[in-house]
Design a protein around this ligand. Structure first.
Ligand SMILES: Cc1ncc(COP(=O)(O)O)c(C=O)c1O
Length: 362
């Protein structure tokens, strides 16, 4: 019998086979051939001009409202440099993206976690927290959240921006998975509901590839100008080579067909994940997202992720523990399942091994 292969439900990365390599070669050649000096020279910190203009049109905003940086994570760093000092209060969902928590804490923020429900943040908990503290901003991932897979309902989005206005705080809307919806219909963006209150971020990491390191933020022009000055003082100008490739690729009309291909690749993987949970773990408390990269589970009472991880390792299944996603503790029974970089057969086998691991520790 051949050794069973190792299955990794650990990192939320795109599938290698999703990268449109030939198109990127074509775009890179054209960008350097036709705009070589501009691409290789320093330039405005706001981002490679033609990409910024393309993005502004796509997003329906003025170029002054747009900042392109080396990945969206770097935009969070710039916002921290602008707004966070030791003791600054920042609200996040709980769980939330662990690297965002790390960055906020690195700047001394006091991170307050608002429990996340299947349809977005628990608004009663948010109102309770607002009665005690006013945050500088609240960081949310409303679409196919990392790590939970939850999507915020339209009603909660409206209430969230109402509360932001009433209590005078900004909302940082991080939406890298928004365009990867495999079923159902879009909810409104927070920035669309309250353009003066919301900084909206997205990224080409999940649409083209992390290697282009191209993320962008849409927001009020004055805030964008302030962040652009921080960007300039950090790296003079961002990585124009990646931005120019991204621009040339977008300009050639490659984005929409790529999104269609990603949906065709990842949609069946999400379906495989949900079917495998139904088949192997019918009692599991799992999110049932309509898109994105993640399904998450809450393990049964008394069963910890740490114990299941150890049992899974014996079955050649790699799991990550969930503690880092929870800014104020909890998460001992939380398990994130990133499904996009696995085949449907690997997903089914991985969840079969997971079910077996849970039974073993129960
Ligand atoms: C919610 C969220 N924000 C930001 C990022 C980082 O994106 P980028 O590669 O654009 O820095 C990720 C990557 O996993 C993410 O899940």
């Amino acid at each position: 019998m051949p050794e069973p292969e190792q299955i990794n439900f650990t990192r939320g990365v795109p599938a290698n086979e999703s990268f449109p390599i030939d198109e990127v070669i074509e775009a890179a050649t054209a960008a350097l051939r036709d705009h070589g000096a501009a691409v290789l020279q320093y330039g405005p910190a706001q981002g490679f001009g033609p990409l910024r203009e393309w993005l502004a049109q796509w997003q329906g905003v003025q170029p002054e409202q747009l900042l392109v940086a080396n990945g969206s994570l770097q935009l969070i760093e710039f916002l921290c440099l602008a707004m966070v000092r030791p003791g600054t209060v920042v609200f996040t969902e709980s769980p939330t993206y662990d690297r965002a928590i790390t960055m906020l804490r690195r700047h001394g923020a006091e991170v307050v976690g608002i429990p996340l429900e299947a349809d977005g943040p628990d608004l009663a908990a948010l109102e309770g927290a607002l009665a005690r503290r006013r945050p500088a901003f609240m960081y949310v991932i409303p679409d196919f959240q990392n790590p939970a897979g939850a999507t915020c309902s339209a009603a909660k989005r409206r209430r969230l921006v109402e509360l932001a206005t009433k209590h005078d705080f900004l909302v940082l809307e991080d939406a890298p998975y928004r365009l990867l919806r495999y079923r159902g219909t879009d909810e409104p963006t927070l920035v669309g509901l309250a353009p003066d209150r919301v900084l909206h971020m997205s990224s080409f990491t999940k649409l083209l590839g992390p290697g282009v390191r191209t993320g962008f933020m849409v927001g009020p022009a004055a805030t964008i100008a302030k962040l652009a000055k921080i960007a300039e003082d950090t790296y003079i100008s961002p990585g124009y080579v990646g931005e120019a490739i991204t621009w040339e690729w977008c300009r050639r009309g490659r984005l929409d067909p790529q999104i269609a291909r990603l949906k065709a690749l990842y949609g069946p993987r999400l379906a495989a994940c949900l079917e495998a949970l139904d088949r192997h773990m019918p009692d599991a408390r799992a999110t049932r997202p309509d898109g994105g990269f993640f399904v998450s589970l809450t393990l049964p009472p008394g069963v910890t992720t740490t114990a299941v991880r150890a049992a899974a390792a014996e079955r050649k299944l790699n799991l990550a523990d969930g503690l880092a996603f929870f800014p104020e503790g909890g998460g001992e029974r939380f398990l994130r399942l990133p499904f996009c970089a696995l085949s449907p057969a690997q997903i089914d086998e991985g969840i079969r091994r997971l079910a077996d691991s849970v039974r073993a520790v129960r």
